[in-house]
Design a protein around this ligand. Structure first.
Ligand code: NAP
Length: 275
């Protein structure tokens, strides 16, 4: 099986490098292309055998399974270019949420899937979200589940939950690292601890917390109860956190608003441009 990647930006490169470094794919099995070819060539320097195609058409001609790792508004350009070369026996996967399975099935004559990865997959951790098109056979579904289980915990979701699930799995690392950064900055501002030391302590705390969650001795509520000694300092600190109000509701409201704008732009791109 040959696997292709169109787009080797942030997520395309994480995916193909994770598959190769875990041995899920051998570099000989991988062919990739990128608008700025030098970017793909730089990745290939570390993976002898990885083929950097001279264009997207070569990827489609030489691979059976193809990941589209470009941004939503770049899809039509890619489809216009490679569409005539896509065969019914291809399996094509989008990694971006506003491209709907129905759009993929309308634009392409083959099996399609949507898989939303996460930056956490670069260290073989975190979840990946899987959605399969109606033409996807059980063998194709199994192939994708097996591939992604090498770098993540794959979870099949209903496409109607794409946005909220992606917010948690895929945007979540950015949200949580932002909060951690604010936690560190406040420690520095309020106490004079050095940023370096606060970062070291906070990073080890969060890794320990993740381990605790993954090993599962406590649910989140029990974990808090075990740390908050009645009348103690943690409770005093938590009081301040209770004032965060609806900030997380606003996070989801904002992401969903942006998602709906993206969906409209994608629909316009596919069905109204050049008409
Ligand atoms: N980053 C994440 O954590 C994450 C997680 C899950 C899903 N995603 C999704 O993945 C998609 C890509 O995100 P990203 O962060 O990887 O963006 P990115 O870093 O901008 O990568 C996009 C890549 O696509 C290339 N490209 C654009 N048009 C092309 C074309 N016609 N042919 C070939 N290559 C082309 C770009 O090439 P150039 O080098 O010329 O710019 C760039 O390297 C987004 O839709 C995003 O929603 C991202």
């Amino acid at each position: 099986m040959r696997v292709g990647f169109i787009g080797t930006g942030s997520m395309g490169s994480i995916l193909l490098e994770s598959f190769m470094s875990t041995g899920a794919l051998h570099p000989d099995q991988v062919i990739c292309s990128n608008r700025t070819r030098e970017k793909a060539l730089r990745i290939a320097e570390n993976y002898p055998g990885l083929c950097v195609a001279s264009n997207n058409i070569q990827v489609v001609r030489e691979a059976e399974v193809i990941f589209l790792c470009v941004k939503p508004l770049e899809f039509k350009k890619v489809f216009d270019e490679v569409g005539p070369y896509v065969k019914p026996n291809h399996l094509i996967i989008s990694i971006t949420s506003p491209i709907l399975l129905a759009d993929l099935e309308k634009q392409l004559p083959c099996s399609v899937a949507k898989i939303i990865p996460s930056i956490t997959n670069s260290v073989q951790a975190g979840a990946s979200l899987m959605m399969f098109g109606s033409r996807c056979s059980e063998e194709e579904r199994q192939l994708l589940r097996e591939l992604f289980s090498k770098i993540s915990t794959p979870l099949e979701i209903d496409e109607s939950n794409t946005r909220v699930s992606s917010d948690i799995v895929s945007c979540g690392p950015a949200f949580m690292s932002y909060l951690l950064q604010r936690f560190i900055s406040a420690a520095v501002e309020e106490t004079g601890i050095s940023r370096e030391q606060a970062t070291f302590l906070a990073s080890h705390m969060i890794v320990g917390l993740a381990d605790l969650i993954s090993k599962g001795p406590f649910d989140l509520e029990t974990l808090q109860q075990r740390v908050v000694v009645p009348g103690g300092v943690t409770g005093a600190g938590l009081q301040a956190l209770e004032n965060i109000g609806d900030v997380f509701n606003q996070v989801f409201i904002n992401t969903h608003r942006k998602y709906h704008t993206d969906l409209e732009e994608v629909a316009h791109m596919f069905y109204h441009e050049n008409k």
